[in-house]
Unconditional design. Structure first.
Lengths: 511, 352
């Protein structure tokens, strides 16, 4: 087998450290030429980081990359491209205002004398590439007029135009129709026949089994399974993805739910260019209940939370808090009614980085410290100190800028800010994103405690393990719709299959 | 990778940081000391009062500008607003308001001042509405009002000066010249006004929810909005406050000169921005102090007046002013970088 598919690139002991987290902890990974090496793992497991190392987007902290027996080091993307590595990111990096040929040769245009672009050569090369990919796309077509699947093909052509011998495809099928997926798979077959090594990342497990020759499973920055695809089935993948020993965030006390505290009915958010980002979503939460909202990226979960927090004026539908309709149209009004949001992107939405920890904590609750227009700084500082203690936020001084804290402590500041408003319903978008394992456990313990105090919690996560362990009820969303609702203790495979309700690949493998 | 030299290094950079943070005050002491030694008559009482009066005018505009810049915006229209409000003061003193019925309404000094302030606040309100509700970039919106206000000022008199604004005792406006010339307890009125406006602005910045929201909007607009800050209201307020400050200056100048010229206040907005930046206000928003801005205004005015007294050519004055502003921003950047490094060192030391 090794003879059939020689190793084209291998990583040994790959470590990548970001401030506050170790994204990769000593990873060994091989790319085999003329075969498809599949990489699977949950969001945040380290797949993208690993691919960024190979593509030269990020520099490796420790470890070696070997190509053709020589040790190589990619400091920039250009280094990797020169070594024959092409990457197609999940979000396409194309220019809709330029033609197909111009897109393919952007950044390395063939020129006459270094100045004049040789458009004829571009066209000829593009036509050759399109023939190789079996596509009927003319070089002068404006990219913006192509369907998304065709654009994906153009992106692949772009990588091939630079003589890519190793091609990384990051979730290439997420935007494709069933027919386009078939085309893509044919293209992949041909490329492997031509000796190209392909790394294929996807969440669609059936698809992986069909297209892959080798599989590598990542969990929390370590490899939990690597083998040839022969004999691999979905239960094996799920097992490797989430592990056998579930992390201990489980409910310790007996569940004791109160009455319904929050209800959403027919929430709809139209998408630009047709369709819905949030498609008639209805759900309810009881006091003391933790509801996990699971799904893949782009399923509309964050957008749903944003609708609750009045971020989308064009959304329609109705909300109730404690049985009374939520008619307030702006954020302060909704905060006053007991809604609190902990946004997914701490940096962008959750915190004012240059302000002090104290100022961030109290930002949503300033009226509580204000008489007429005078801010009682003493009372404010006292309350801030209380919350820092209550949430065990590790700070040198509450007056330090919040940006000086680690990810986990920053997240606690965001939670503290939300709690200070005295919420009844807590919306948490990826509460464990970008924080280390210890801080995660603390955040989850805090969630448990808050639920026990009678809050209703709705949390969005892409971590299967987390949603299974923490939720009293699991709601799965896909393509803007609710596609499944499960009680605690549901089988992981069922939850996963609900995330891709109309997968284009036959499902025999799942049984 | 030894841990030993780190604390010493951190100490060194935190001393440097303290010096950088106090740079506006150091600059004030430096320019003041330099001219006190080098320029004859600089230290006389009469001259100090003149310099202070000049500085006060820049300081008013710069205080308004500081709030605007902290929210991440810019207000280019203040100079024109000064001109417009000066003309409005002149018009009201000379003609009152003529409803076209053969009689006119005349105003006393207090009423004139009140109307002028309202005009300034109105210009600011227009800026605010353009920027928040109509989504025009602050630079463009206030550039537009810059031209409109200047044009309106020119139209009001056909480009001529309103002369002899000494007021009319019949209408109770004979006290108008006192706004710019009067004194109280030995200090000019406008210095008292600066003290009041400065204290009120500093109070707003430090001890009111509004002030906190101003900083939050500049630091991270999205984050502030999600935290329940009414971003639009905050922005409209800062532009209205800036308009108020500009009107105050227009009124004072018309009163000081007892005349109103439509070109009054040209390029004042640049001095105001320079003073704010010199005082440590960050043009990227979220950072700035009223006290720093006032000191910055004094540095610029002392520099200008001192160079005049030393007989430096006005062309060189312009160059020097430019150099000082550029140097201020370069030092500001250096401070930000150093500050970030010191904070990281502290965090690293704490987690060790």
């Amino acid at each position: 087998m090794t003879e059939a598919h020689p190793i084209g690139l291998s990583i040994r002991g790959g470590v990548k450290v970001y401030p506050g987290t170790r994204a990769l902890k000593g990873v060994d990974f091989d790319v085999r030429m003329g075969a498809v090496s599949v990489l699977v793992g949950e969001n945040g497991a380290g797949k993208s980081t690993l691919m960024k190392l190979i593509a030269g987007v990020e520099d490796m902290t420790e470890g070696t990359i070997t190509m053709d027996g020589r040790e190589v080091r990619f400091r920039t993307k250009a280094d990797a491209v020169a070594a024959g590595i092409g990457i197609v990111f999940q979000e396409l990096n194309l220019f809709p205002n330029l033609s197909v040929a111009e897109n393919i040769f952007i950044g390395h245009e063939p020129t006459r004398g270094g100045v004049d672009i040789d458009t004829e050569k571009q066209r000829v090369e593009t036509r050759k590439l399109m023939e190789r990919l079996e596509q009927d796309i003319t070089p002068d077509t404006l990219l913006g007029t192509l369907r998304i699947g065709q654009q994906q093909i153009v992106e692949i052509a772009k990588a091939l135009a630079q003589d890519a011998r190793i091609l990384i495809l990051d979730e290439p099928t997420s935007a494709l129709s069933a027919a386009e997926v078939e085309v893509l798979f044919r293209v992949i077959d041909e490329l492997t026949a031509q000796g190209v090594g392909i790394v294929y990342i996807s969440h669609r497990l059936e698809e992986l089994i069909r297209v892959g020759d080798y599989i590598t499973v990542l969990r929390d920055g370590t490899i939990t399974g690597a083998r040839s695809m022969e004999g691999v089935d979905i239960p094996w993948i799920v097992q490797a993805m989430i592990g056998s020993s579930s992390k201990e965030y489980g409910r310790s006390e007996v569940a004791n739910f109160g009455p319904e505290i929050f209800r959403a009915e027919e929430i709809t958010l139209p998408r630009m260019g047709g369709g819905f980002t949030v498609d008639h979503v209805s759900l309810s939460i009881r006091a003391g209940e933790i509801v996990g909202l699971y799904g893949l990226m782009g399923a509309g979960r964050s957008e749903f939370l944003e609708c609750v927090m009045a971020q989308h004026p064009h959304s329609s539908g109705k909300f109730w808090v404690e049985g009374k309709p939520l008619t307030e149209r702006d954020v302060p009004g909704r905060i006053a009614r007991g809604i609190a949001l902990i946004p997914e992107d701490r940096k962008r939405d959750g915190l004012i980085q240059i302000m002090a920890i104290r100022e961030n904590l109290t930002l949503s609750s300033l009226p509580a410290f204000t008489k007429l227009f005078h801010l009682n700084l003493k009372q404010e500082a006292q309350t801030a100190r209380d919350f820092i203690k209550r949430l065990t936020i590790k700070v040198a001084s509450p007056e330090n800028p919040v940006s000086s804290l680690s990810g986990g402590n920053q997240q606690k500041v965001v939670i503290g800010k939300a709690l200070m408003t005295g919420p009844k319903v807590l919306l948490m978008d990826e509460p464990s994103r970008g924080i280390d394992i210890g801080a995660k456990a603390e955040v989850f313990r805090t969630m448990r405690r808050l639920a026990a105090e009678g809050l209703g919690i709705l949390f969005v996560t892409s971590d299967l393990d987390e949603v299974l362990a923490l939720s009293d009820r699991i709601i799965v969303m896909a393509q803007g719709r609710v596609t499944g609702e499960f009680p605690a203790g549901t089988d992981a495979a069922k939850v996963i299959s609900a995330t891709t309700p109309n997968a284009q690949v036959p499902k025999e493998a799942a049984e | 990778m030894t841990a030993v030299p780190a604390p010493k290094d951190a100490q060194g950079s935190s001393i440097l940081l303290t010096i950088l943070q106090a740079r506006t005050y150091l600059a004030l002491i430096l320019v003041f000391g330099y001219f006190a030694l080098m320029a004859p008559n600089f230290m006389t009482l009469a001259n100090t009062v003149i310099v202070a009066k000049h500085a006060a005018l820049t300081a008013f505009l710069a205080i308004g500008m500081t709030f605007v810049i902290i929210t991440g915006g810019i207000d280019l229209s203040v100079g024109s607003t000064v001109g417009l409000t000066a003309m409005v003061s002149g018009w009201l003193i000379l003609y009152g308001i003529d409803p076209g019925l053969g009689w006119s309404i005349q105003f006393n000094t207090f009423e004139v001042a009140l109307i002028v302030m309202c005009v300034g606040i109105f210009v600011g309100w227009i800026n605010g509405i353009l920027i928040t509700k109509l989504n025009v970039a602050p630079f463009i919106a206030t550039l537009g009002t810059l031209y409109i206000a200047r044009g309106a000022a020119l139209l009001s008199s056909g480009g001529r000066t309103f002369p002899n604004l000494s007021g009319n005792p019949e209408y109770g406006s004979q006290t108008f010249p006192l706004i710019g010339a009067g004194t109280f307890l030995g200090l000019p009125f406008l210095i008292w006004m600066l003290i009041v406006v400065g204290l009120v602005a500093a109070y707003i910045a430090k001890r009111t929810p509004l002030g906190r929201h101003i900083y939050a909007v500049g630091g991270n607009e999205r984050g502030a909005a999600l935290s329940g800050v009414k971003v639009d209201r905050v922005k409209i307020f800062v532009y209205m406050f800036s308009g108020f400050c500009a009107a105050l200056v227009g009124l004072i100048i018309a009163s000081q000169l007892q005349a109103a010229h439509p070109a009054t206040g040209e390029t004042f907005e640049l001095n105001a921005i320079a003073a704010a930046v010199l005082g440590g206000t960050s043009l990227s928003g979220g950072r700035g102090k009223i006290s720093g801005t006032i000191v910055g205004a004094f540095v610029i005015s002392i520099l200008a007046d001192g160079l005049v007294m030393m007989g430096v050519s006005s062309f060189w004055q312009t160059v020097i002013k430019g150099l000082v502003i550029v140097a201020a921003v370069v030092i500001d950047q250096a401070q930000s970088r150093l500050q970030a490094r010191v904070a990281l060192q502290q965090e690293a030391a704490a987690s060790r």
